[in-house]
Design a protein around this ligand. Structure first.
Ligand SMILES: [Zn+2]
Length: 111
């Protein structure tokens, strides 16, 4: 129930967080909402994808649903590891998110 501008700034923060984690801070990452009518769906019900230009270090995340943290990390991993397979990226995303969960719960236990 966030106002759109709040949502947008949270999204920016998440992008910044994972850009920092993946050492991609020299990249400019922007997001673009697209019209579902413009998308060729291959059986998927939504679209999230990134186009990354290695010369200008610009990445555009295209999406037709609201972005969420896992999707942002996933797309940034494509930028970080452009030659890895989709499956590898999916597994890596899970691995990193699980690691972070553990770090957070360890911190909470120490309190
Ligand atoms: Zn992917």
């Amino acid at each position: 129930m966030y106002e759109p501008y709040v949502k947008h700034s949270i999204m920016k923060e998440l992008i910044k967080k994972w850009q920092t984690y993946l050492d991609l801070l020299d990249w400019t990452i922007v997001t673009k909402r697209i019209d579902p009518k413009q998308v060729m769906y291959n059986g998927e019900t939504y679209f999230i994808g990134i186009s990354a230009d290695i010369d200008t270090l610009c990445g555009i995340i295209y999406h037709d649903i609201d972005l969420y943290e896992e999707a942002i990390l996933h797309e940034l991993l494509h930028v970080r590891y452009p030659n890895k397979s989709e499956e590898w990226i999916v597994n890596k995303t899970d691995e990193i998110l699980n690691e972070h969960d553990e770090l957070c719960s360890t911190k909470t236990e120490r309190k």
